[in-house]
Design a protein around this ligand. Structure first.
Ligand SMILES: Nc1ncnc2c1ncn2[C@@H]1O[C@H](COP(=O)(O)OP(=O)(O)OP(=O)(O)O)[C@@H](O)[C@H]1O
Length: 261
């Protein structure tokens, strides 16, 4: 890893009662890199993201972001999240939702910069629209604008394009990564789509079934910006095969345990 690690997980583990969800794990995420987390449903990906966000307390081990606990990074407004359900405040416009994120992070409100960001995520002309009048894809864009407006060092995205149709997903996957990459954010992204994982990331971590364990750590050294047309490129297809095979191997590893339960 050439860049310094921004996020370091040391012996990180999480159980809910008797259920072990994340096995003791050591992970490091380089500054400015985008890492996709993929694994079978229920394996603990979102739990890992919530641990990194400081929204869950580890059962063992710790997370540090630039040497500080996540709560400190969150308090500084340097950590943002966007989840599958964009949970925008319905009574606020797009601009109002984005502005609130700045206010909560106690950062100065620059109306022009907000308008520019709304434009950049493809919502130009919708700044004064409330969420109910937006499509699912537009709400996802608004949530990502809200997450990026504070220029976070760490961006956590849990199925951010989950609730939209395939074409919109492709469009979001083309349009949005250049924005967070240009801002140098260290991005962790949970997705169920192997091709989306490869398209969006510099690195894909493949997890086994619950309790989550890393079964493969795959670099994605493909040029950026990446366009949907990349999905037929042999180098892209080689990576998606590698991720799919690792996923299948991880699932096969868990199946006997489940059968024995
Ligand atoms: N607060 C909680 N209390 C009890 N169990 C929980 C809690 N949060 C998560 N779990 C359990 O932890 C396991 C992992 O959940 P998690 O949401 O992290 O998985 P995931 O890999 O993100 O799943 P998916 O891909 O389906 O979204 C599940 O079995 C879930 O029921």
């Amino acid at each position: 890893m050439t860049e310094p690690a921004e996020i370091v997980c040391t012996g990180l583990a999480k159980s809910f009662g008797a259920t072990e969800v994340v096995r003791p794990t050591d992970l490091a995420f380089a500054a400015g890199q985008t890492t996709a987390l993929v694994g079978p449903s229920g394996c603990g990906k979102s739990t890992l993201l919530r641990l990194v966000a400081g929204l869950e307390t580890p059962s063992a081990g710790e997370v540090s972001i630039a040497g500080a606990p996540p709560a400190e990074t969150l308090r500084q407004g340097a950590l943002s999240m966007a989840f599958q359900d964009p949970s925008l405040l319905p009574w606020r416009t797009v601009r109002g939702n984005v502005t609130l994120a700045l206010k909560l992070a106690r950062q100065p409100v620059d109306a022009e910069a907000i308008s520019r960001l709304i434009e950049l995520v493809g919502l130009g002309g919708f700044g004064d629209t409330r969420p109910a009048a937006l499509s699912g894809g537009m709400r996802q864009r608004a949530a990502i604008a809200r997450a990026m407006v504070t220029r976070p060092r760490v961006l956590l995205l849990d199925e951010p394009f989950g609730a939209v149709d395939e074409l919109t997903r492709q469009q979001l996957a083309e349009d949005l990564p250049p924005l967070w990459e240009a801002r140098g954010a260290t991005t962790l992204l949970v997705t169920h789509s192997v091709s989306e994982a490869v398209m969006l990331s510099d690195r894909v971590l493949v997890f086994s079934g619950r309790p989550a364990r890393v079964v493969a750590d795959i670099a994605v050294p493909l040029d950026r910006p990446r366009r949907a047309s990349l999905s037929t490129d042999p180098a892209f297809l080689a990576r998606t095969s590698e991720v799919s095979e690792a996923l299948a191997a991880g699932m096969a590893e868990t199946r006997p345990r489940l059968a024995a339960q």
